[in-house]
Design a protein around this ligand. Sequence first.
Ligand code: GAL
Length: 383
Amino acid sequence: MRRTPSGTFTVLTALCAVLFSLLGSLLGPAGTAQAATATVTNATQFTDPAGNPVHAHGGGVVKAGSYYYWFGENRNADNTFRYVSAYRSTDLRTWEFRNHVLTQSTDPELQSANIERPKVMYNAATGQFVMWMHKENATDYGEARAAVAVSSTVDGDYTWLGSFRPLGHMSRDITTFVDTDGAGYMISAANENADLHVYRLTADYTGIASQVQKLWPGQWREAPALFERDGVYFLLTSGATGWSPNQQKYGTATSVTGTWSGLKDIGDGTAYGSQTAYVLPVQGAAGTSYLCLGDRWGNSMGGNVNDSQYVWLPLRFPTRTTMAMDYFPQITVDTAAGTVKGLGSWETLTAAHSGKCADVADRSTADGGAAIQWSCGGNSVNQ
Ligand code: GAL
């Protein structure tokens, strides 16, 4: 066999090294493919790669390793509890079914029940995944309880710890939040949904330590979603009109336990036909975007929960303490960059001669409002 001349060998070795490093940059630490830009189509039932509907209604997302795990309601045809199902994705578009993490046989309490708005939080101190949810019997909303389940793996079978009224209070629509200092919080609709209570959780997140807030009493806010951006805490909520969509409103504070502002409107009068389930911070190399995950309930369209569609929209922040939400039939998500944009938004249009972005002067919403060019990233409507 002819020996490769050493010069050629060196070039080949160098080429291989380049190819391997390219491959390495395409593959994550665990050999998983890194996400590229993905397009999500709104007001549809998402399907998994096998073509099955993704049933994760009223859900929430937790990041574990290189994956986003999405948990939500997967109900029987009569709307009673069947599963809390878990899916995972790297790009927020392709959702791989992982497990029915809670089932009717997990615990006698779940044999005949209604489970809504499951939210999973990761406790860094215990290494446990803790799920909080709203628990009712299968026929009415009279129990008004919170419930907790735990697992040592993100998408394993969760162990049911039980249901209860937090400090004796009624508890319906629910969310959770892990603060920057590791403190865990649970927020739920109390007092027949007239008030929103904020509870601080015990160190292991499985119990209530204390009530720290009674927010907007008598204003009937539901579907809470809490997140922090640039030192400002935002609590996004819906009104209380059952399955029918309504005006979402939000308040802000400089800490979860601090003084919260009054409520301000966001989006149109029906959140574009949806109700907030969760706000997902999408953190990447170029920064963090905030994606509002909403449900367009099948029950408001003559069907049931499993007929629901998803409406996922980027939140934008005109100032540090205000936010807005516009409708887009499709959005693009780049999880590596941390960007979420409305497809066809002005920001994606550039003038060929200048390379500058198209924009509307002063964000005018008037008919005949003039388009102008502007330095990209400065003042466009989606920033
Ligand atoms: C909504 C609530 C849903 C579900 C529904 C039942 O207001 O957000 O989770 O409880 O009412 O009518």
